[in-house]
Design a protein around this ligand. Structure first.
Ligand SMILES: CC(C)(COP(=O)(O)OP(=O)(O)OC[C@H]1O[C@@H](n2cnc3c(N)ncnc32)[C@H](O)[C@@H]1OP(=O)(O)O)[C@@H](O)C(=O)NCCC(=O)NCCS
Length: 181
């Protein structure tokens, strides 16, 4: 998948992305709502994982590049959600941007293009997003996209150890019809 928005290019990962993506994944502020940061090797493994996901499912978390500078902005995309996640099976949208690209509307701009792809090309009925309950910036992106939360969908993340601060999660949903409106 390759797409362009007004200010961004959404594309598969390239080898030149490893340095900036590794820097983003080892930035404590960017990663403050994740249980762990990633080493350079773990970032390379994540890029490989997303490449495999793209060829298997036609969707993935891909690179976001700033048109004006060619800079790597971060990662945005769609991914299949599988058990043991309580909302599975479904498709999630997610985002992670380098700090110097926050506050420009880039996450929302890239996510809108991914929603259009998910509801258009992939004909998905619904897309979800989830995050740690205290991740306000991410919840704001979900709300800007028109996604809505029902407290009955709140859940404890099954892959985070019991008692961990980051375990309580909120779930937001958007249906194809609501996106098209
Ligand atoms: C979550 C995250 C992607 C949100 O990034 P963001 O830049 O705040 O989100 P958006 O792209 O929607 O940008 C909206 C902001 O840009 C501002 N903005 C500036 N120019 C804009 C423009 N041309 N268009 C739209 N918004 C613009 C908006 O006013 C808003 O600012 P505000 O939050 O101060 O009101 C970012 O905080 C992040 O990467 N966090 C770390 C990783 C993470 O937690 N990911 C989620 C895990 S579930």
């Amino acid at each position: 998948m390759r797409a362009e928005t007004e200010r961004l290019i959404l594309r598969p990962w390239e080898d030149r992305d490893l340095d900036p993506f590794a820097a983003l994944n080892s930035d404590p502020e960017v990663m403050r709502f994740f249980p762990a940061m990633r080493t350079r090797e773990e970032t390379a493994a994540l890029m490989d994982y997303t490449r495999a996901m793209l060829s298997e499912s036609g969707m993935s978390f891909l690179a976001v590049e700033e048109k004006a500078s060619g800079d790597l902005v971060g990662m945005v995309g769609l991914a299949p959600v599988k058990p043991p996640m309580p909302c599975a099976p479904t498709v999630e949208i997610g985002w992670r941007l380098a700090k110097h690209h926050w506050g420009k509307g880039y996450a929302s701009e890239a996510a809108k293009a991914w929603l259009a792809y998910g509801f258009g090309t992939m004909a998905l009925p619904e897309i979800v997003a989830f995050t740690y309950v205290g991740n306000e910036p991410s919840r704001c992106v979900m709300q800007r996209l028109g996604m809505t939360r029902d407290t009955v969908d709140d859940f404890e993340h099954p892959n985070i150890v019991e008692g961990h601060t980051l375990r309580p999660h909120v779930l937001y949903r958007i249906k194809a019809a609501a996106f098209a409106r």
